[in-house]
Ligand binder design. Structure first.
Ligand SMILES: Nc1ncnc2c1ncn2[C@@H]1O[C@H](COP(=O)(O)OP(=O)(O)O)[C@@H](O)[C@H]1O
Ligand SMILES: [Mg+2]
Length: 242
């Protein structure tokens, strides 16, 4: 589904990705781990088409299409989704309004209000979230946990084919961590073909969301690949031995 070969990219003239190759197949949960600054977020941004990330070499195809030739909104229409490590606040804009607009952008027509609100209520119920949550302004005054829950709600409503979750676990206490992981699992049960690229540097999150594969990135390259046991080993020994 996603196939990256020898991808090179730079940010502000500095080479960050130095030949990344990886594949993600439909329905797979792939964990991408690695120390701070290794280029994990940069990879996700490169795949989404962030204007600050300049791809200087290599290829990335998605469902057989040249991803790098597409505009960010076209990538989103193809079903790519990125949840941010640091979600932005959008003061004055209710979450429900932002989501309806996003669904409209993706499908080409804005869904009728009543129909959309029904869908939204269904997703809120599925994720065991209070209906009033969607009427709050996007991330305004949200706690760390609420911001991440808002990202999961977006994931549920937008129904991507590949969900990239960038440190959705960071800053969460253990209960919030479990809630978020359960939310992702619930969405995945509904849509098993959805692939998940889980960017994390904590093995703990993977106890709640077991990955099919674990990849480790260091200095802009994939340096190790394994199963969940690789994540356990990193927890014990750190990234140094890799
Ligand atoms: N906007 C930016 N300007 C300059 N350097 C950046 C910028 N964003 C990221 N970097 C640098 O790119 C490298 C990789 O960062 P990042 O992809 O965020 O790593 P990770 O997500 O693995 O922690 C780091 O050395 C970081 O300092
Ligand atoms: Mg990061």
């Amino acid at each position: 589904m996603l196939s990256i070969r020898n991808l090179h990219a730079s940010v502000e003239g500095k080479e960050i990705l130095r030949g990344v190759s990886l594949d993600v197949r439909p329905g797979e949960v792939v964990a991408l781990m690695g120390p701070n600054g290794s280029g994990k977020s940069t990879l996700a941004f490169a795949l989404m088409g962030h204007p600050n990330v300049h791809v200087t070499g290599g290829t990335a195809t998605y469902q057989g299409r040249d991803l790098l030739a597409l505009k960010p909104e076209e990538r989103a229409k193809l079903g790519l989704f990125l949840s941010f490590q640091y979600p932005h606040e959008i003061p004055g804009v209710p979450l429900s309004q932002m989501l309806r607009t996003a669904v409209g952008q993706r499908s080409g027509t804005l869904p009728p209000v009543r129909e959309f609100l029904q869908t939204l209520d269904g997703k809120l119920a599925l994720l065991k979230m209070d209906p009033s949550f969607a009427e709050r302004n996007v991330n305004e005054g949200f706690s760390g946990g609420e911001k991440k829950r808002a990202e999961i709600l977006q994931l549920a409503v937008l129904e991507p084919t590949l969900a990239m979750l960038d440190e959705t676990d960071s800053g969460l206490d253990v209960d919030a961590l479990r809630t978020v992981a359960e939310g992702i699992q619930t969405i995945k049960r509904e849509r098993p073909e959805m692939a998940v690229l889980l960017i994390t540097h904590y093995e703990r999150f993977l106890d709640f969301l077991t990955p099919n594969r674990v990849l480790v990135m260091k200095e802009g390259k994939i340096v190790a690949e394994g199963g969940k046991d690789l994540a356990d080993r990193i927890q014990q020994e750190g990234y140094e031995p890799l």
